[in-house]
Design a protein around this ligand. Structure first.
Ligand code: FAD
Length: 358
């Protein structure tokens, strides 16, 4: 049997490679970057602090199967992510909860008071056609402006109304005091980091890893099955035009203080060009002197990080997907190959599903 080729050593590629290797395939994994882990890659910076090179990655899932699959390759550190938004000179919990409203408006609402408050301010929309409809329907115009409108414009480069409803639906509104960013049943960080976990996923006698190698430089004829986790439009030489992606510039900094901010991430909806600052020690639990933080500046050009969930982009993606269906022996998996705003666990799920059926 010809060797299988896996393009990309991120979650999609690494999980597929491992599953194929387990089934007895010989697998070659290539990545054009010089490291494994894709965008989840982490490393110790010059000051010995474990940082995520491509921005903060917090693992969370409701899938026992996905959690158990990854647990073969890492121990875990329990971590619940908390985010504050800098709004009107205060740091307020986001997702919006009882504390957010009481502190913003100097109120003392109980849970049913919060529900009454939201009922008064919300602007019901039916159907929910886009992200603006979703936010207005749940919190009304003022909270939408304070917390979401400008943040979205910065993050995505388009107004809320131009984004699919699914983007805003990811952020709930809460009547109680729960200030966790995620409520999934499994919320953990890999105990020794993501890169170490990927090393173990790819450590199998049937897997050969080649870093710094682009798919373009490989002779396809030497391989049987191909798993492709790069951008689907690039695979087809952009024949229908480019799928839009949002990029980011990461500004990593180190400070000689024990703690820079009180929670993992602080969002800046209405000030600055950056969207948020993350302090890694909160995420990793590392005990080390000094601290490292990262500022995220959204960009329209650069490395493709986020597929932009808009209806017209979905139409363009569907055209590429039709071509993909006709490619024999190629499976397209992952955030860029499936043009989905997937979290890490969803990519693991997609990779397991793709290889289960082989
Ligand atoms: P990638 O990680 O992008 O891996 C694809 C790999 O393919 C890359 O390494 C790339 O170099 C390689 N490649 C592409 N084209 C080629 C080619 N032609 N030849 C060779 N190699 C190629 N998810 C969460 O669950 N929680 C979070 O907190 C979270 N935070 C995020 C923060 C940021 C800033 C970003 C950008 C994403 C975040 N995500 C988060 C999403 C997460 O990064 C993705 O779901 C996941 O990493 C996608 O894995 P993947 O394998 O599909 O893609």
């Amino acid at each position: 049997m010809l060797e299988s080729l896996v393009v990309g050593a991120g979650f999609a590629g690494a999980v597929c490679a491992r599953q194929l290797a387990k089934k007895g395939h010989r697998v070659r994994v290539i990545d054009r970057r010089t490291h494994i882990g894709g965008n989840a890659f982490d490393e110790f910076d010059a000051h010995g602090v474990l940082v995520h090179r491509y921005g903060p990655h917090i693992f969370h899932t409701n899938s026992k199967r996905i959690f158990e699959f990854l647990s073969d390759f890492t121990n875990w550190r329990y971590y619940e992510h908390r985010v504050l938004a800098s709004v009107q000179n205060q740091l307020l919990p986001i997702p919006i909860n009882r504390t957010t409203l009481n502190r913003l408006y100097n109120l003392n609402l109980d849970e049913s008071g919060v529900l009454d408050f939201l009922e008064k301010v919300r602007l019901p929309r039916n159907p929910l056609r886009n992200s603006e409809d979703v936010v207005l329907s749940s919190v009304g115009a003022e909270l939408c402006d304070l917390f979401f409108s400008n943040y979205t414009l910065k993050q995505w480069g388009v107004p809320l109304r131009d984004l699919s409803a699914g983007v805003a639906s990811r952020i709930p509104t809460r009547s109680g005091d729960d200030d966790r960013y995620f409520t999934d049943s499994f919320q953990f960080m890999p105990g020794e980091g993501y890169a170490r976990m990927f090393e173990r996923i790819l450590d199998h006698p049937n897997i050969v890893l080649e870093l710094g190698t682009d798919f373009e430089s490989v002779d396809r004829k030497n391989f049987g099955l191909v798993i492709f986790s790069g951008p689907i439009d690039a695979y087809f030489n952009f024949c229908f035009g480019r799928l839009p992606y949002r990029s980011l510039r990461f500004d990593h900094q180190h400070l000689e203080v024990e703690q820079f901010q009180s929670v993992g991430t602080v969002n800046f909806p209405n000030q600055h060009e950056y969207t948020r600052i993350t302090e890694f020690k909160h995420l990793t639990g590392q005990r080390v002197s000094g601290t490292s933080i990262v500022y995220e500046y959204p960009m329209s050009e650069g490395e493709p990080y986020y597929p932009i969930p808009r209806p017209e982009n979905e139409v363009l993606f569907k055209r590429y997907q039709e071509l993909a269906k006709k490619e024999s022996d190629v499976i397209f998996v992952g955030r860029l190959a499936q043009y989905r705003y997937y979290n890490m666990d969803q990519v693991v799920g997609a990779a397991l599903a793709a290889t289960d059926s082989l």
